[in-house]
Write a protein that binds this ligand. Structure first.
Ligand SMILES: [Zn+2]
Length: 466
């Protein structure tokens, strides 16, 4: 498949969703915003080919082991220890005739790749990548695209999103969701770039072969080519997040548009004590977030199914360990003021007076909230935060775990809110598949089909290529 074909979005027409072969995906791994003027890498042995602007570059006698790719005025240049090898607008490093990678660490080593881009846990780490590595420059920075078969990419996703030590049925469910999501995107999420998807939480986490396990490779192979198809014969936009908190969210309450297959659900066995909270409202919120029922809850995402001290071994390598089913985050006037000015853009805010929840979804996630504040001119004003994402971004410099929260332990100083504790449930937007809930279902022995049908309504599972 040429790069021109593979950069095209996947057009879905009613009844024509099957593919004649496994697609190749183009993933942005090093982006302009990562700020790399150069990149250092090491290729494994074998007859790698180098292409500069579509022409083969002559690399006779030069070792293709340790390499540096540098942004130049005209594009990018490729340098080995012994000197420059090639230069051009687009450089491609093409691996020797395909040998299927089989274990953690297989592939080319690329140093200092960003994970958690834009989040407070953002870090750089070396990653090993299979497939073609393609380089170009943008704004004086190196941009690297990794082009590889989708099934290989998916092993890197399920071992990046969660760990390769998860139960096999969970990993299969996660694979099908990740494959469906990827193919369902109606247009490229990164318009104007040479890649279709990026390697991070903005799209899906993909971290090469570093976290591969035999079980993860086997899980992807066992559900090869399978995607969720909606009743109207579209790929299901199978979103997922870390922890619903016990009740999942309607897609319309998160993104403002309904999505086929993504309906709110109770993530627990039938007859569970959590059922009485569906939907979560201002009236039942305190009990939902803090009630005694939590001690014995059978919610699949709760700590009685997967114990808090066992969870870290199942999480992704860049996830922060924590108790995300229920959590408490202290805030003060100072921290709130700082994040509301910076992250919500309320520039004339001097003092926060009140935070008023105005609208919640089924899972208790706020999607409309009023911020009452004293402005610089002394006037009392109100600013509305109008989406789940904006509310989470504005509450905390490091992004609040979820929008399902209330203010507790509040202390006021005169008219001003002095300090409080945000008491909340869940981690992430909460629509579609719950990763920790699906993990819990895997731990209690559910099959991946059962897991997928629990989270996605009215969909069917189909293999769309061999
Ligand atoms: Zn992205």
């Amino acid at each position: 498949m040429t790069s021109a074909e593979s950069t095209a979005p996947f057009p879905i027409f009613d009844g024509k969703y099957r593919m004649d072969r496994e697609p190749v995906v183009r993933i942005g791994v090093v982006l302009e915003q990562d700020g790399n003027e150069s990149l250092s890498l090491r290729l494994p042995g074998g007859a790698w080919r180098v292409e500069a602007d579509g022409q083969p570059a002559i690399v006779d006698g030069k070792s293709l082991g340790d390499l540096t790719v540098r942004a130049t005025v005209r594009g990018v240049s490729l340098e080995a220890v012994a000197g420059r090898i090639a230069g051009g607008q687009v450089l491609r490093l093409i691996p020797p005739s395909r040998v299927e990678p089989t274990k953690a660490g297989d592939g080319a080593l690329v140093r200092g790749i960003v994970a958690g881009r834009g989040f407070h846990w953002s870090k750089r780490a070396d990653q090993t990548l299979t497939g073609v590595l393609e380089f170009r420059a943008s704004g004086g920075r190196v941009v690297m695209v990794n082009e590889l078969p989708i099934e290989e990419y998916l092993v890197g996703v399920i071992t990046g999103e969660m760990s390769g030590a998860c139960p096999p049925e969970f990993m299969k469910a996660q694979t099908v969701a990740a494959r469906s999501w990827l193919l369902a995107q109606p247009k490229a999420p990164h318009q104007g770039t040479p890649f279709v998807w990026c390697n991070d939480d903005c799209c899906q986490r993909y971290q090469g072969t570093g976290g591969w396990s035999d079980a993860a490779i086997a899980a992807v192979r066992a559900c090869h080519g399978e995607v969720l198809i909606t009743p109207t014969n579209h790929y299901c936009d199978a979103r997922y997040s870390k922890n619903t908190g016990g009740i999942s969210e309607d897609a319309a309450n998160v993104w403002g548009v309904a999505m086929e297959g993504l309906l709110p659900m109770i993530d627990a066995p039938k007859g569970s004590s959590v059922e009485r909270f569906f939907p979560v409202t201002e009236e039942n919120l305190v009990e939902y977030l803090t009630g005694d029922w939590l001690k014995t809850t059978d919610c699949f995402a709760g700590p009685n199914v997967c114990k808090d001290d066992e969870l870290p071994r199942y999480l992704g390598r860049v996830d922060e360990p924590g108790t995300y089913f229920r959590w408490r985050v202290p805030v003060t006037q100072e921290t709130l003021r700082e994040s509301l000015v910076k992250r919500a853009g309320i520039e004339d805010l001097v003092d926060v007076l009140d935070l008023r929840p105005l609208r919640r979804g089924y899972s208790g996630r706020l999607n409309l909230m009023a911020v009452d504040y004293r402005a610089r001119d002394g006037a009392r004003k109100t600013h509305h935060l109008t989406s789940e994402y904006d509310i989470r971004a504005a509450m905390r410099s490091s992004f609040l775990y979820s929008g399902a929260f209330m203010l507790a332990d509040r202390r006021d100083a005169g008219e001003t809110l002095a300090e409080a504790t945000l008491v909340g449930a869940g981690w992430g937007h909460g629509a579609g598949l719950c990763q920790i809930g699906a993990l819990g279902r895997g731990l209690v022995g559910q099959d991946y089909r059962e897991i997928l049908h629990a989270y996605f309504a009215n969909v069917r599972l189909e293999r769309i290529y061999d």
